[in-house]
Design a protein around this ligand. Structure first.
Ligand code: FES
Length: 259
């Protein structure tokens, strides 16, 4: 009986991966590890793929939005690096992604009621995990990207040489802006930003308005994991799609002539 108690409440005492679970608990952390490695690995490489064009006509890969190339071309590193540290920091410190990579990469623990590596976890009050508390500040930065990505998506309807039109790439860019907006607006820190720190929701028109918004954000927040994965997968898809069009591998169906 004592061993059952230990296996349920403190499985690490029985050893790494020790568990009484009979389900396929390892599928989720394994799938997350594979997904994060593929998507984040691709985006890391993409930031340096200057030789494989990432822009054509009205389409610009969102990994390079806002458009800084042409301004800093003399600099030796990718213009994406001016931009990506904010969304990368935002995702790296995200409450959902923390859970995901603590389990899938750090195995600390790999799943509920499964033995971990035995390292002592004492919260996020010390270096380096205390840096996770920067999340709210990355969230402020991420909020700037919401309108920037929509500007890029709307620009996807206006070819510099041929004027207004629409193509599959325009739609892909809009979906990308929408998913990244929803990922940002469903953030736990954003939810606190909207409705936190209030002692009374009904005391004034201002607090009642915040309560209304907080209810809306709370509903989005329930699906934060869905927005996290869909926005990550879609930005990879968008970057790949635009590069394939820009480099002549596929043709974008559109109302313009060309590309
Ligand atoms: S909690 Fe995931 S982005 Fe803030």
């Amino acid at each position: 009986m004592a061993q059952v108690e230990t296996a349920v409440n403190a499985p690490h005492r029985l050893g790494f991966l020790a568990t009484l679970r009979r389900d396929t608990w390892w599928v989720e952390p394994a799938a997350i590890a594979i997904g994060l490695t593929i998507f984040l690995g691709y985006l890391s490489v993409s930031a340096f793929l200057d030789g494989w064009s990432y822009e054509i006509g009205p389409y610009l890969s969102p990994a390079f939005e806002p458009k800084l190339h042409g301004v800093y071309d003399a600099w030796w590193f990718s213009p994406a690096l001016f931009i990506l540290w904010i969304p990368v920091g935002f995702r790296a410190t995200c409450y959902y992604y923390r859970r995901a990579y603590y389990r899938s990469y750090l195995l600390q623990p790999p799943a509920c009621a499964v033995g971990d590596l035995g390292r002592k976890y004492d919260g996020e009050g010390h270096f380096p995990l205390i840096l996770q508390n920067l999340h709210r500040f990355f969230m402020y930065g991420a909020l700037i990207f919401v309108p920037l990505l929509w500007i890029g998506a709307i620009r996807g309807f206006h070819d510099p040489d041929q004027g207004w039109g629409i193509g599959l790439g325009s739609v892909v860019l809009c979906v990308n802006a929408f998913l990244l907006m929803m990922y940002t607006f469903s953030c736990h820190s954003f939810r606190h930003f909207i409705g936190g720190g209030l002692n009374c929701f009904s005391c004034s028109a201002w607090t009642r308005a915040r309560k209304g918004l907080w209810d809306r954000v709370s509903a989005w927040n329930v699906n934060h994991r869905l927005w996290a994965w869909s926005s990550l997968a879609w930005i990879v898809f968008t970057d790949v799609y635009i590069r394939l069009v820009a480099n002549g591998h596929i043709t974008d169906p559109n109302t313009w002539s060309g590309f």
